[in-house]
Design a protein around this ligand. Structure first.
Ligand SMILES: NC(=O)c1ccc[n+]([C@@H]2O[C@H](COP(=O)([O-])OP(=O)(O)OC[C@H]3O[C@@H](n4cnc5c(N)ncnc54)[C@H](O)[C@@H]3O)[C@@H](O)[C@H]2O)c1
Ligand SMILES: [Zn+2]
Length: 361
């Protein structure tokens, strides 16, 4: 069935843009002014998505001579800085101009990469995001951050570059595997813990299996995406409020980098990170035992911590210190001062931090 479920507006310094959430709405791109007025349209399509949705993509776009599909491989290595030069050269060779459009169709990797290419090609050409993973629908497609990686650090080269539109077609989620689904659930739980009460209630009632049902997705994706839209509309450039979205990420990123990004997913690392900061918040008397237990119950219910993480606490603390979001050589945590009430820039005594880390390895 074709339907629009919800239209949000994201405020941004450069321009406002809509996030349209619905079912079977990919074709809305064809009505967009940016599409109609473009001389050429490059569809940056993730390879897995191309293989799964070839017919849909071809029937939607191939009658338009100005459209061309650029396949983007799977995996984080796509975001290597040097790979962007390859695609920029292809655009130039194929005659793309300042009036051309890039449409990114895929998960966060495709969105970040195609977004970065759009942001620098001829000083920036129009971009439409079509997120196809749960994580990209509730997180990476919103807020205009685009980036590529250096071998020495993830997302080290990037800009704030808002798209002209985000088209979130829930139909894509039907083919997403469980581990990718968990990555998106982890970010959704984060939004619930740090302020989205209705989402929290929905997730308390729901189960992992519900995430495979269209009726549940129709409710959960607008709530989880809507929360981020609200936050980035108030603080696009992360001067303050937006930093609450790093909840669970200081420890999560440290665990991922300690593990060399192997054997642990981003969602699982963030879930452990959220467990760690929630336990710290509890130890410091900011959240009650009941609040802590209900947070831990939800993380467990959605099966977000599933491997045995054997880490060395001192090394994790070292990795935390390298986080690019730290200031003045201190580790900044987002803690909860009660459920739904996050506080940024919290410093934590080393002894408390180490105790909690030791209990989580
Ligand atoms: N820009 C931001 O604000 C922001 C925020 C969070 C994360 N990110 C970035 O997002 C990236 C992670 O995004 P992700 O989790 O979407 O990963 P991803 O883009 O690698 O996608 C995960 C996997 O799912 C597959 N896939 C995508 N859609 C599918 C579908 N509908 N059906 C079946 N398979 C599908 C992909 O081929 C891939 O193998 C990271 O690079 C991260 O740095 C950016
Ligand atoms: Zn994350």
């Amino acid at each position: 069935m074709d339907s629009i479920i919800k239209i949000f507006t994201v405020k941004s310094k450069l321009h406002e843009y809509p996030v349209i959430i619905g079912n079977n709405i990919l074709k809305l791109i064809l009505d967009d002014d940016a599409f109609k007025s473009s001389d050429k349209c490059a569809l940056f399509v993730n390879k897995t998505i191309y293989n799964l949705y070839k017919e849909l993509l071809e029937s939607t776009f191939c009658s338009y001579k100005k459209c061309e599909i650029f396949i983007v491989k799977d995996g984080e290595s796509v975001k290597q800085f040097k790979n962007s030069e390859k695609y920029l050269s292809k655009l130039l060779k194929s005659g793309y101009t300042r009036n051309s459009l890039i449409v990114a169709i895929g998960g966060g990797v495709t969105g970040d990469f195609a977004g970065f290419v759009a942001s620098v090609y001829m000083r920036g050409i129009k971009l439409i995001q079509v997120p196809t993973t749960l994580l990209s629908m509730v997180d990476s497609s919103i807020g205009g951050k685009v980036a590529v990686n250096l071998s020495s650090g993830k997302n080290m080269i990037g800009v704030f570059y808002p798209p002209v539109k985000v088209i979130t077609d829930l139909n894509f989620l039907q083919t997403l595997n469980e581990s990718e689904l968990r990555n998106g659930i982890s970010e959704s739980l984060k939004h619930a813990f740090i302020g989205e009460r209705d989402l929290y209630e929905l997730l308390e009632k729901g189960t992992f299996e519900d995430y495979k049902k269209s009726e549940f997705l129709k409710k959960v994706v607008p709530l989880a995406a809507g929360f981020k839209i609200d936050v980035v509309s108030k603080d696009e450039s992360e001067k303050g409020l937006r930093a609450i979205l790093n909840y669970g990420h200081t420890a999560g990123h440290a665990i991922e980098s300690y593990k060399n990004y192997k054997g642990i997913s981003h969602g699982e690392a963030v879930a452990i990170g959220m467990k760690i900061v929630s336990e710290i918040s509890n130890k410091l008397g900011f959240i009650s035992n009941d609040e802590l237990n209900s947070i831990l119950k939800l993380i467990a219910k959605y099966g977000l911590i599933y491997s045995n993480i054997n880490f060395n606490s001192d090394k994790i603390i070292e990795h935390m210190k390298y986080d690019k979001k730290n200031k003045n050589d201190q580790i900044n945590f987002v803690l909860l001062k009660h459920l739904f009430n996050p506080e940024i820039n919290c410093l934590v005594d080393n002894k408390v931090l180490k105790e909690v880390l030791e209990n989580n390895k």
